[in-house]
Design a protein around this ligand. Structure first.
Ligand code: ACO
Length: 388
């Protein structure tokens, strides 16, 4: 250890900030021991069973469930923002055809700021407006990026549909079934916020410099892109596809255990029991599978879950399905291609990110931790011609 710059007492370094509390928040409570998740005090199971994504977004941003008038207002504002600026729409065609969808999204969310008159305004009122613009904007952008990638005509937003249904309509160009629309809404409600996960923390660090909401959410998208965060849903679906058939689950599982492979969609840093979101999404996936010509993916997932849960390895380590295990099946049955799964996460989480930016700006302190220096001791500069 460097003696000259060494601190009096060597500070304790907690890699990955595991178990460290860096702030207080009123937005969501993750109860990992009991397998519960609350948004501003409301159990997500109740919100999912009775509410909509629009209500959830209002709750996250304003701190309260909307009354009828407030609900109508937020729905109208969100509908207005489904329409993207013409020049931005032209920009969508300029990226190479094979651009990774989340890379395209990160670019266009950043660009959207240029058309927002309040983009640089960090006041609460402006940020509430920007939260709505970003939430609707990301849904329209996702649908349009998909239509361009698949060389299909763009679909204009509808004014008569809720957020979830309109997204599926713009993505596929046709009305979804009632079950698909409900599953989409459930997915959006359940992924909307989850404490200080990596992308939310990234958004808050960016906001803490008094940078704007667009910068914070662009940064959050960058953090989400990594396979240790937003990539697990796609990996879970690819794993079910690799297994291929319900008959192959058992031999696949035995081999995976021998090879010490991780089962994707199982295990969680905080939940040491069933992730409450996974329980709900399992039922949504089951309903969609029953209507689908490919029910085998649900059968495979359920069989694999049963094998894992009854195995001492998973029992001893308290490993249970997480949100991405059945989340992957829900988005598969909604007809979303796997390369879009990470942005599907963002489609919902944008509401949480925006709420955290608003909370950060309401009582800001620059987030600036320290690192313990372990590099070379101070040394003299050697002129270029004297270096060996
Ligand atoms: N399959 C098999 N074994 C596992 C799994 C799994 N999915 N997850 C954890 N383990 C084992 C580890 O090998 C380790 O065993 P050991 O004690 O014998 O070394 C033990 O369980 C603890 O694992 P850690 O990696 O220390 O647990 P951590 O809390 O850091 O990891 C994580 C959580 C990353 C989610 C992990 O469970 C995992 O990799 N799961 C698969 C990927 C996944 O589903 N990610 C999505 C997470 S949810 C989300 O981001 C929205």
């Amino acid at each position: 250890m460097n003696k000259q710059v060494q601190q009096k007492e060597t500070p304790k370094v907690v890699k990955g900030l595991e178990g460290i509390y860096v702030a207080t928040t009123e937005i969501s409570l993750v109860d990992g021991e009991n397998g519960r998740l609350y948004y501003r005090g409301y159990d997500i199971r109740e919100l999912e069973a009775n509410g909509t994504y629009e209500e959830t977004a209002h709750l996250l941003w304003y701190g309260k469930l909307p009354n009828k008038k407030e609900y109508d207002t937020i729905c109208k504002r969100l509908i207005n923002y489904r329409f993207l600026p013409d020049n931005l729409l032209q920009m969508l065609h300029l990226l190479p055809q094979g651009t990774v969808p989340i890379t395209a999204m990160r670019t266009f969310i950043s660009a959207l700021a240029a058309w927002d008159p309040w983009a640089e305004d960090n006041s609460r009122d402006a940020e509430l407006e920007n939260a709505m613009r970003l939430t609707s904007g990301i849904a329209s952008l996702l649908a349009k990026i998909h239509r361009i990638r698949t060389r299909q005509p763009m679909v204009e937003p509808r004014l008569d549909l809720n957020h979830a249904t309109n997204f599926l309509y713009m993505f596929h160009g046709k009305d979804p079934s009632p079950e698909a629309a409900k599953a989409m809404d459930s997915f959006l409600i359940l992924y909307a916020d989850h404490g200080f996960n990596a992308s939310t923390f990234t958004a808050r660090v960016t906001a803490s410099t008094l940078s704007d909401m667009y910068s914070a959410i662009t940064a959050a998208l960058g953090a989400l892109k990594g396979p240790l965060h937003g990539g697990a849903m796609e990996a879970a679906m690819r794993q079910f596809q690799e297994i291929g058939s319900p008959e192959n689950v058992e031999p696949w599982f035995r081999k995976a255990m021998e090879e010490k492979r991780r089962i994707m969609g199982i295990g969680h840093r905080v939940y040491k029991t069933f992730d409450p979101r996974a329980r709900i999404l399992k039922e949504r996936a089951r309903a969609l599978a029953e209507q689908s010509s490919e029910p085998q993916w649900f059968e495979i997932a359920e069989k694999l879950e049963q094998l894992a849960l009854s195995h001492p390895y998973f029992q001893e380590r308290r490993l249970y399905p997480n949100v991405d295990y059945y989340g992957a099946l829900v988005v598969y049955y909604l007809g979303i291609p796997p390369e879009f799964y990470t942005i599907m996460f963002a489609l919902s989480r944008v509401a949480g990110w925006a709420a955290h930016v608003i909370e950060q700006h309401a009582d800001n302190r620059l987030i600036r931790p320290r690192a313990l220096y372990v590099g070379p001791e101070p040394r003299p500069y050697v002129p270029l011609e004297e270096r060996s």
